[in-house]
Write a protein that binds this ligand. Sequence first.
Ligand code: AMP
Ligand code: ZN
Length: 436
Amino acid sequence: MAPKYWNEECERISRTDLEQLQLKRLRKTVDRALQTPFYKRRLAKAGIRSGNDIRNLGDCEKIPYTTKDDLRQAYPDGLLAVDRDEVVRLHTSSGTTGTPTVIYHTGNDLENWTELLARCILATGASHKDVFQNMMTYGMFTGGLGLHYGAEKVGMMTIPIGGGNTVRQLNLMRDFQSTVLHITPSYMLHIHSAMEAEGYSLEDLNLKKAYMGGEPYSESTRRKIEEIYNIDAYNSYGLSEMNGPGIAFECEEKNGMHIWEDSFIVELRDPSTGEELGPGEKGELVMTTLCREATPILRYRTGDITSLMGGECPCGRTHRRIERITGRLDDMLIVNGVNIYPSQIEAVLMKIPEVGTNYQIVVENKGAIDKLTVKSEIYAKLFSGDTRQLESIRESIKDRLKSSIIINAAVELHEPGGLPVFEGKAKRVIDKRSEG
Ligand code: AMP
Ligand code: ZN
């Protein structure tokens, strides 16, 4: 039998001990945060000059929220709490608008992150006997590397292929009899249609589990995937500000994701009133790191909408669970697992001299794959009849979108006035995926 827990003592800690540990770590985190120019200023305004000013967990409320915008403004080192010499890795967001965000990690930070993933992996019943095919993108995106180290820590044979290249993925699954996949749900759906086209059957493969995350998806998508592959699919939630994957993960019960509360303080808040929400009430997830050395982050507004679940989980883990994330507060689009803000598209478009003043973004579902179309108005004089010139503008927009936001968008050119005009707030994004 595979061991059920990676770190039983911590995973089954009593709530009283957990809260004591959280308080101790929160004080330390505040002291660390005070080493950064950003928090020094921010916390002074709130009257917090040392971790000792936090007397109990309730005092967490005194700490101001941190937002994505704060992280952008603190770029590149306004939130660095250790000497640069102590940093062993960093991850940045794509930041095509010129304002990326950065998260630094010390060796201890990476070890702690890896520990959380080892816990998640064992919670799904996997073990060192499994063959792990990591189909999430490696590199600056935290999805690939995050789970990679956890899988190696557990001792699984790890195949670091990353995203894309479907036929090769299938060949590897067959040749090495991969049992556990890490993948976005949309790619998982796509792989199935490719399997049929490439003449693969389930008998050629040895799939048992998939860890699916990186984008919101419904319970019915999970069920569908479980049925068509005859596997167990586990929801995996994370965000780079809090590390990446491994923040919250489903156990074998597949009923909500345990969120590791020895490493994070979790709050559910009403996004408009700030009121604290109880179990079952939907709101924004707010998180505080408790073990981070290089980039401690206090009360981060994730923008993700979920709720805390009440009651105990039969698996014995005492860390609370969150429900499936239903969406985001802001307007971020997730297209085939890649996060894109409309403002990133706008930033690319507006740098191109031929582009006019109006544009529209359309996202739709073509089979299992999302299709993104950028409709852009260009100046009237360019519609003089030279189709080759139009084609070259179209290609140039497409290429620039691809190189800065790493997405293959279809581009349509429109004459001025060809797209809807708004006199108040514009609705530039038409997301047809949510209409069906
Ligand atoms: P990134 O920081 O680029 O990895 O993006 C993190 C964001 O992806 C989160 O804040 C969520 O909005 C979304 N996300 C990640 N995993 C999930 C999941 N399992 N379900 C829903 N949304 C997710
Ligand atoms: Zn559980």
